[in-house]
Design a protein around this ligand. Structure first.
Ligand code: CDP
Ligand code: MG
Length: 827
């Protein structure tokens, strides 16, 4: 096995990769499913820079002709009745009034920052202004404009919209490109893509040759990728003086960006919105006559999630909100509620959503309020689906002749996406359940009512623990205002905030930028793969630099898992990980699963770890559910239990009995479906790296070897290891950093009084009052020896020291000796 792994990740491949450029051209690596991309591989087709001057003249001629064609085409479209109507609409947008000012600023400055309220026409108009002015100047065919979007769905929907506005099909002058998907053609001069795609383009083309304008949209969101991109672009600007950079923001705090780019000019597009009446929880209860339910009866996320909350957000912010909640409960409006719930504040914590209250409010609006679509802000795909299921069972809300119920979230299919922009037929009320994606990147025109749950899923991160978690938490004031603004797009609207006013007052002004609140491991890998020098030096040049401790922890982790060597350079494994945009530990499992020909179960494990836990644990049937889970496990592994549950579901699906199967086994149908589609996505990622080919059988020869699968899981989860210490009748668990730890009660390993293995590898550690482990797999000494850390050649030393430390700490001298022998042999 080790020989095989070494052949891939050892010196052999490394030598090869030096000559053959280890990174395939990312723009060209794609799955067969994206045939719409045609044969054109780069972001844009580029004139060959090495072409002789004679052919250069031809190229210029051709370009001029194309420009003229584009120009004529637009002219005739704008003269047609539909085109005229579209132009009329475009001219009504606030951005249109600023067209000349914007174009002048862009031509006179290398960097321009444009801010304007959501819906004023930034994303759809400004790239078009630039395109049109270039075409007018008769060299349009040589311009190439890239506009980045933080999410796939906005890149796709905006490009479709812009093509429609221009009376074209996608793939003519306008196109899009997101991972694994895209439409563009020879004439495409304006490309909407995700920020990730542009970053990957930088891998193969450091100076963005041939790109004339880069537009970075939604910079106010302060996503990790955008902040990262800005550091890179700032460097690039001096090398490409003719390139233009436009930053667009939906909030007015553009000063920070202006300072970052040497006092670049800021243009503000004056907005228009209708007045929005705002109601907080106290007003909603009074208006609808609804009574809150005490926590112990509430149908929220369930206790299990409720007590996971304690560890999120900067402490100051959390305690401010917590005391605001306390204050609220002392007021007359909530006094009764206080009495019922005694000191249980859990219902008011950021992890809970009152589904009952939302249902009640929706039916109240449907019955009593004027026509108009309702937009409900939820935290994510899973609670949107739970709410949808609940509403479908409701007499009014579930009746398709009265209510058009739609969802809007990042992982939605593009066909589904288009529906949210359609206007509902007369007499039918449109309700859209959305994540914060509808806050600024997507505008649904006919919204009159907004329901804001006050929460959003945000990755938070504890630098000391180095554990990321994606948990709902309270939003910021700016987000709440954005959500409210969505109600006043077309006429005066109404906004219902499902929290008391005083809680709103305690919200932070802005959300912390992602770079300051998430683990930096993937970012560090990216810095290395782009050859941007020292990680900490590079990050010190960010708009707001992350804490040094967080950077050090991330680098240390990457060294431990064998992605970076002792000189902070990428190992071959690290290079593979940069090509697979998932958490490094999941990437590691995929890589090894592919190399060791046991990919199928590993795809399930990795997908299962990326979605909401598919094993449901209803509070009132907890015992039954736990028993049901353990029937899937024979071998002390939550991960293997998941693999078997999924295989069972796949089998049942073939017989059209998938739903029934889930119901009987306390499994979530949604999670199963999500796993199914993620598996495909991960598979195509692996195909991009060249580790597997399109014949799935070739990487599954050993998929039935459970010990091997366990080993691959161990390889990914290391250094998440705890030692199993057996006492008389039971066992206890210990990790090096935390001492005693406990298992989550729904782990299959928590049900046994003995575990016939010396170690558990675990996926996640959650600190509440004690440290709890979720999702664990038991492994043997030899598995840990061979697969914990990285015993492979090329990156041996540092990791082995670490593993040696473990063995010493847990006093396993015999194992330590075995380990030293093995190491000598490998050397
Ligand atoms: O980027 P910004 O929020 O400033 O606005 P936009 O996305 O450019 O949208 C401008 C206007 O175009 C919106 O107010 C919508 O009325 C319209 N639009 C649309 O009808 N359909 C879309 N898919 C996107 C935008
Ligand atoms: Mg926009």
């Amino acid at each position: 096995l080790l020989k095989r792994v070494n052949a891939y990740l050892g010196e052999h491949l490394f030598q090869k990769s030096k000559t053959k450029e280890c990174f395939p051209d990312i723009a060209s690596s794609r799955s067969s499913s994206s045939s719409s991309l045609g044969t054109d591989e780069g972001l844009f087709e580029q004139p060959d820079p090495l072409a002789a001057s004679a052919s250069k003249i031809v190229t210029e001629k051709v370009l001029r002709r194309r420009s003229q064609q584009l120009y004529d085409q637009q002219l005739s479209w704008q003269g047609s009745p539909e085109g005229r109507k579209m132009m009329q609409f475009r001219k009504s947008l606030p951005a249109y009034n600023e067209k000349n000012a914007i174009l002048t600023a862009v031509s006179e400055n290398q960097v321009v920052i444009i801010s304007g309220e959501t819906g004023c026409g930034k994303t759809t108009q400004i790239p078009q202004f630039i395109l049109e002015s270039e075409i007018d100047a008769a060299h349009g065919a040589s311009c190439s404009i890239i506009c980045t979007q933080p999410r796939r769905i906005s890149a796709i929907s905006v490009s479709e919209r812009v093509a429609t506005e221009r009376g074209e099909q996608l793939g003519e002058s306008v196109g899009y490109k997101v991972r694994l998907e895209g439409i563009k053609g020879r004439e495409t001069r304006l490309l909407f893509c995700t920020t990730g795609i542009l970053l990957r383009r930088l891998l193969v083309d450091r100076s963005l040759k041939g790109i004339s304008h880069v537009i970075v949209d939604e910079i106010h969101e302060r996503g990790m990728n955008e902040d990262f991109l800005l550091i890179v672009l700032k460097d690039l600007l001096s090398r490409r003086p003719e390139m233009r950079l436009v930053l667009m923001s939906a909030t007015l705090d553009a000063e920070l960006f202006s300072c970052y780019f040497n006092k670049a000019p800021v243009l503000c597009i004056p907005g228009f919105t209708y007045p929005v009446q705002t109601r907080f929880l106290e007003n909603i209860l009074e208006m609808t006559g609804y009574r809150l339910t005490p926590y112990n009866q509430i149908d929220d996320y369930g206790q299990e999630r409720a007590w996971r909350v304690s560890k999120q957000g900067p402490k100051r912010r959390k305690s401010q909100i917590a005391s605001a909640v306390e204050d609220a409960l002392r007021t007359a409006d909530f006094r009764e509620y206080r009495k019922e719930t005694q000191d249980s504040l859990t219902c008011w914590n950021p992890d809970c959503i009152g589904f009952n209250l939302i249902e009640h409010l929706l039916s109240f609006i449907c019955e009593n309020e004027r026509p108009g679509a309702i937009l409900v802000f939820m935290t994510g795909w899973d609670d949107i689906n739970s709410l949808k299921e609940k509403l479908l069972a409701h007499t009014i809300l579930g009746d398709p002749t009265r209510v058009l119920l739609l969802t809007c979230h990042g992982s939605m299919a593009s066909s589904e996406q288009r529906l949210i922009f359609d206007v509902a037929p007369d007499g039918v009320r449109k309700i859209v359940l959305a994540t914060n994606i509808a806050e600024t990147s997507i505008t649904i025109n006919d919204v009159v009512f907004v329901i804001d749950c006050g929460k959003a899923k945000e990755t938070s991160y504890d630098a000391l623990n180095n554990t990321p978690c994606l948990l709902p938490s309270w939003i910021s004031k700016v987000s709440a205002q954005q959500r409210r603004g969505r109600a006043g797009r077309v006429q005066p609207g109404e906004c219902y905030h499902l929290y008391p006013r005083c809680v709103y007052n305690a919200f932070a002004e802005y959300q912390l930028p992602e770079i300051l609140r998430t683990p930096l491991q993937s970012l560090c890998l990216q810095i290395k793969s782009l050859k941007l020098g020292s990680i900490s030096e590079f990050l010190s040049r960010a708009l707001q630099s992350p804490e040094l401790l967080a950077v050090q922890k991330a680098i240390e982790y990457l060294k431990i898992i064998g992605a970076l060597d002792q000189n902070e350079e990428l190992t071959v494994l690290g290079q593979y990980l940069t090509m697979i945009p998932v958490e490094p530990k999941l990437g590691k499992m995929l890589v090894l699963g592919a190399i060791l020909n046991c990919l199928d179960p590993i795809l399930t494990v990795v997908s299962g770890l990326s979605v909401r836990d598919p094993f449901l644990m209803p509070i009132d049937k907890k015992d039954l559910a736990e028993a049901s889970k353990s029937q899937f496990s024979r071998d002390y592994s939550d991960h293997m239990a998941l693999v078997r549950a999924f295989e069972g579901w796949k089998y049942a699906e073939k017989e059209f009995a998938g739903y029934d199967y889930c119901w009987r086994n306390f499994l979530s149908v949604q999670s199963m479906k999500a796993i199914d589609s993620l598996r495909k996505e991960f598979y195509s990622l692996l195909r991009d790296t060249g580790l597997v080919d399109s014949n799935a059988n070739t990487c599954n020869g050993w998929s039935h070897e459970e010990h091997l699968i366990r080993a691959v899981i161990c390889y990914g989860l290391y250094p998440g290891v705890c030692s199993v210490v057996h006492n008389d009748k039971s066992f206890s668990l210990k990790t090096m950093e935390d001492g005693q730890v406990l298992l989550y009660s729904n782990s299959v390993n928590a049900r046994d009084s003995r575990i016939p293995y010396p170690w558990l590898v675990f996926n996640e550690k959650v600190k509440v009052n004690a440290v709890f482990l979720r999702d664990s797999t038991a492994v043997s000494d030899s598995t840990l020896l061979l697969f914990g850390g990285s015993i492979m050649k090329g990156d041996v030393d540092g990791h082995l020291k670490m593993l040696g430390g473990y063995l010493e700490f847990f006093m396993k001298p015999a194992m330590a000796e075995m380990y030293m022998n093995l190491r000598r042999e490998l050397d």
